[in-house]
Ligand binder design. Sequence first.
Ligand SMILES: [Zn+2]
Length: 225
Amino acid sequence: MVVLVFGFAALSVFAFPYLPDRYDPSTPIDLTTEATFVTPLKLARINRSYPACVNAVRAAGFKVEADTIDSSRPGCGMAQGLHLKQSNFVYAGGGSIRLTCPVMASLVRWELHVVAPLARKHLGSEVARVVHFGTYSCRNVNGALTGRLSAHARAEAIDIAGFILADGREVSLLRDWDGGGDKAAFLRAVRDGSCDVFRTVLSPDYNERHRDHFHFERGRWGICR
Ligand SMILES: [Zn+2]
């Protein structure tokens, strides 16, 4: 054991200076690079530190402003969050993108490592717009009158309804999920890929309420359906 610990310490001192940053747990996360086995360690750091998280989101090219949401209802609101001003896509349909910083960091990774490459692969186009149904909403899960609060009540979730491509084509969950062909293949690949970025991913396969959108949240439990 002692040998192991000493060995690791020696490795830290002598080997880490030569490691690329994405394999070096001591350097800040770069959200633009593909995940490696040290990514969970780096993500844990930005989940704990708002300033570190904001730096990571901005370094990835997202223009964001500090944001808070007050609510009179216990459990609702957002203490330290971000308001998205500009990213690689234009978000339309569901109002402002206001999310906690760790979820915004997930959105960075989702744009860069899930949506953009899958649109190129399956549809041969860039994505221009993302149609969404909103982020923050002080309500219960499934909009029920009773029960636990939705992750939307803490600005920790986003609902995505579809995409508008740079070449003008539209991809809609409602119309294209069961349509077969390239659009359906793209949407199903996005669902699967999103599970690497958001812990909770609900698609039209989950239930009737999600027939027209993906629900993404950081979540405590891993659900990918
Ligand atoms: Zn939702």
